[in-house]
Design a protein around this ligand. Sequence first.
Ligand SMILES: Cc1cc2nc3c(=O)[nH]c(=O)nc-3n(C[C@H](O)[C@H](O)[C@H](O)COP(=O)(O)OP(=O)(O)OC[C@H]3O[C@@H](n4cnc5c(N)ncnc54)[C@H](O)[C@@H]3O)c2cc1C
Length: 442
Amino acid sequence: MVADTQALGERWSNWAGNQTARPRTVVHPQGVEEIAAAVRAAADAGRTVKPIGTGHSFTGVGAPDDVQMTLERHAELTHADPATGLVTVDAGMSIHDLSLALADRGLALTNLGDIDVQTISGALNTGTHGTGLGYGGLATQIRGLTIVLADGSVVHADDTENSDLYAAARVGLGAFGVVTSYTLQAVPAFGLHAIEEPSTFEELVDDGRFTELAETVDHTEFYWFPHTSGCLLKRNTRVGLDDLQPLSRWAAWRDDELLSNTVFGLTCSLGKAMPALIPRINRLASKALGRREFTAASHEVFASSRRVRFVEMEYNLPRAELTSVLQELRAFLDSAGLEISFPIEVRVAAPDDIWLSTAYERESAYVAVHVVRGSAYDRYFHGVEKIMSQVGGRPHWGKMHFLDAAALGERYPRFADAQAVRDRVDPNRVFANDYSLRVLGA
Ligand SMILES: Cc1cc2nc3c(=O)[nH]c(=O)nc-3n(C[C@H](O)[C@H](O)[C@H](O)COP(=O)(O)OP(=O)(O)OC[C@H]3O[C@@H](n4cnc5c(N)ncnc54)[C@H](O)[C@@H]3O)c2cc1C
């Protein structure tokens, strides 16, 4: 039985608005039994199922063509042990709600990305990451998962039980089954001492300061304003919760809402209407950056609100290649005749052992490029992809790229093993969509 069908033909669109689909049926199951029944019913009818989160991926990874499954009714923290930090969470819970529920119990996720409105399952399935050389992507916090496979069976997977499924489905692109819950390793709640200040490309990249900071600061990243040497450097250091000194409400509103969203949105619109002005706007914006310093609970510092809609590509590369790649990117931007308003984001991460993780077995840097929603990105993103491909770059599964399974197979040592697990657990491709067929193979 496929429960709770919504009107046929309702249109689905992602956050960025660059992916759309028209699912034939939308189901909102609650609990493992309803999820398994919905999968079984769809599979028996020869249909496909796409479990989705909040649509914050820029690729079609979550585009639902047939049965769209949303898990907002399956979104509780069901177990938390403050002594060990092990917690079990339903797949549909948002990272925001999970962080609040953990904070109530004196716990936190050890690292997060830039936003927290996604579902935990969506974030994990695409290899979402933050920054910090001592910290892997979010999926490195998984200790076990429960998944409904294409035949409706409910299977637990961890390091010792179904370990190949575990290695593949932790960053699984929704292509191995519907994950119903995760057991995660949380840590005692902590604060972050944040310092944000202007810097320059020459200092951070050419003179190697970012390389040094990445090795000494817990979580560091920078944004570079294209066509200028201006950068915004962020350094977050882990501290206890005793000495929090958050920004005043006014300062937080001014910086995070007024400047980062409203004013930034206006300058992006201006740049979109008059591209020739972009280099001047970026110079002004990078000069206007001030310094700020504060200490707050980790989840409040890691994540912020993003209201200016954009389309993004992000590549993982070996960290040792970062300096030369950024210099090549600067040369490309100098010569390509492109006008790019959106800052380029640079982060780092620890290696991991997850087969389809972009950071699989390599100390990593991430370079993310963006355009305002509705702007052309083909030439920019193709140019960036070419630079990243020269160093074996691996694209974020949830962000734009142009690679297919043949190219990706060469960049992931365990790609064929992941494909073999998929062939075994989903031979009829119940969980396929156009994107998974392209990037994992038919
Ligand atoms: C403004 C913005 C900021 C971002 N910042 C970052 C960042 O800092 N770092 C980063 O790495 N990424 C970032 N992302 C990307 C984002 O984290 C990922 O695209 C993430 O997948 C979005 O989660 P979602 O809930 O929207 O999932 P969706 O996009 O809806 O789905 C993603 C995938 O998860 C699968 N899935 C969902 N639920 C299940 C389930 N229960 N079982 C199996 N598969 C499932 C879907 O099938 C799909 O394949 C950002 C995106 C945006 C729009």
